[in-house]
Design a protein. Sequence first.
Length: 255
Amino acid sequence: MTVEATEPSLVTAAVLIIGNEILSGRTQDTNLAYLARKLNEYGIQIRQARVVPDIERDIVEAVNALRDRHDYVFTTGGIGPTHDDITADSIAAAFGVDLVVSPEIAALLERRPAPPEIMASRMRMARIPRGAGLIANPLGPPGFHLGNVYVMAGIPRVMQQMIDSLAGKLRRGATMRSRSVTAFLPESQVARRLGQIQQELPQVDIGSYPFQRDNRYGTTLVMRGSDDAALDAALGAVSRMIVELGGEPLDVQAG
C-alpha cells in the first residue's frame, strides 16, 4: 500500500503581552519578534497579538477569547514578585481554578536566603493555577502552562530561555518560508497586477512594502507560504511582472 505524503496542517498561536509599562511606552516590547521567529521554527504560526494592562478583568477576557480561537496562547509579563504581577491570578480566574504553591518553584526560591518579608514577596512567583505544568527556566523560577496557554516572563532574555525550552514539546504544523524581490517601482504601479497574482496563487500570502531610497520610490514584494513550489511560482510571476512594468528584479531572497 502506498501512503501519500500530506502537507502539515496549520497550527496557530496568539501572543498576549501583559504590562502597563508596554502600553505607556516606558518599555519597548521585543518579545513578539522573537516569538514569531521561534514559533515558526516550531511549525506554529502567530495569527494575533494583543497588549493588555495589569488589570485582571482585561487579562481574563483576552485569554479566554484567544484560547478558544487558537491552538496555543503565549503570554509574556506579570509573573514577578510585586503587587501588580497578577498574571498567575488572572490565568487561574480564566480557567476557573484556584492558585496553589508549586513545591518545585518554592524549593528553588528558598535556595537563596533572604529576610522574611523579601522571601514572602519572592514566594508570589511560586503560585501557579491548580493543574498547571511548569516551563523550564535556567535563569530563575519556571513559567507555567495550563491547557493551551503558556505563561512566560516579560524580561526578554528570560522569556527566550523559556520558549527555547519548549522545543519539541509542542504540536508541530507547517513551517512558513518566504521569497522576496525588490524593484524601483512605486507600490501604486504594481498594485493591480500584484492583486491578480495573489488571486491566481491563494496559497501564498503576498505583501508589498514601499520605501524611498536615493530619492527613488521602490517596493519590496514578499511572498510567504509553506509550499516551496507555490512560492517559486509566485516569485517567478512577480519577477516577470516587474520586468513587464519596466523595472528590474533586485535583491532576490529565499528563506
